[in-house]
Design a protein around this ligand. Structure first.
Ligand SMILES: Cc1cc2nc3c(=O)[nH]c(=O)nc-3n(C[C@H](O)[C@H](O)[C@H](O)COP(=O)(O)OP(=O)(O)OC[C@H]3O[C@@H](n4cnc5c(N)ncnc54)[C@H](O)[C@@H]3O)c2cc1C
Ligand code: FES
Length: 252
């Protein structure tokens, strides 16, 4: 059931991302998501980017629903249901966290609670997310931008490969565009590094009923969104195709 929740504050994060903070008395684990209802418009999935007493979602402007979320001010309300999904398996392995674009959002609750090195990737410097906050919690934070405007010139996978070759990581935790995750998964497989990756699929119900989020035999809303290496190996669609709003398989 949707609960009306008032926005307590809004923070500008990057060229196209904001964070909406709100009080919500629900327990949320790092990596879980909520369904956000914008009255009269749409209901969309969003990862929870802070899971303490004050919670938040970090929203990249994509289309109509996310533009409406960008227009909210403190005191405005949105509808929330959830939290949904499995979240990350938290452990004390030597960890590299890799976030591409708004994929940093579900990683932030992890970085506040466990020790990890971090690779943050974006297209350009003004799209890098959460660099300053990551530096508060983590000793090693490295950046990449496609255009070379900040950090290493290249993508987050190239940066993560370099860090894995120089470091001694037991696991990679990641979120970002699926093509990035697919290549990162291959890089982890080549190096024998275990991974947990948060995937996105088109979601309508978020409770396992409608089938719109099917990925092979898995329903990303309840069986994911986080999949580990063994489960990723068994997903033929991973990195290749997804389902559109009508349920048709389309190439990534
Ligand atoms: C588990 C999960 C967690 C997510 N976390 C975040 C997050 O933390 N921050 C963030 O900015 N975005 C997140 N997204 C993506 C976000 O849901 C879409 O960007 C948003 O729904 C776009 O809606 P729109 O109306 O603004 O754009 P539209 O123009 O309607 O869509 C733009 C693109 O967004 C995707 N999309 C649209 N509707 C849905 C839907 N119901 N379910 C899944 N994808 C959709 C499609 O790929 C579409 O091509 C997440 C998606 C999932 C599945
Ligand atoms: S969104 Fe309906 S089954 Fe996953």
């Amino acid at each position: 059931m949707n609960e009306p929740v008032a926005v307590s504050r809004v923070a500008a994060e990057s060229k196209d991302c904001i964070t909406l903070h709100f009080e919500w008395e629900r327990h949320v684990s790092p990596g879980q998501f909520v369904m956000v209802w914008i009255p009269g418009l749409d209901e969309v999935p969003m990862s929870v980017s802070s899971v303490g007493a004050e919670k938040s979602i970090t929203v990249r402007r994509a289309g109509e629903a996310t533009a409406a979320l960008h227009a909210l001010s403190p005191g405005d309300r949105m509808g929330l249901r959830g939290p949904y999904g499995n979240g990350f398996d938290l452990n004390d392995k030597r960890t590299l966290a890799v976030g591409g674009g708004v994929g940093m959002a579900p990683l932030m609750p992890l970085l506040r609670t466990m020790y990890a090195d971090v690779a943050i990737g974006a297209r350009s410097a003004d799209e890098l997310l959460f660099e300053e906050e990551a530096r508060r919690y983590c000793d090693t934070v490295e950046l990449s931008t496609d255009d070379g405007s900040r950090g290493m010139r290249g993508n987050a996978v190239q940066l993560a490969e370099r860090m894995m070759d120089e470091g001694d990581y037991e696991q990679v935790l990641a979120c970002g565009p699926e093509v990035m995750l697919y290549h990162l998964f291959k890089a982890c497989e080549e190096r024998g590094v275990h991974c947990q990756m948060s995937l996105e699929r088109y979601m309508k119900c978020a409770v396992g009923l409608c089938g719109s989020c099917m990925l092979g035999r898995e329903r990303v809303c309840i069986d994911g969104p986080v999949f580990d290496s063994a489960r990723l190996r068994a997903l033929p669609e991973f990195g290749r195709s997804k389902r559109d709003a009508a349920g048709r398989l389309v190439g990534l």
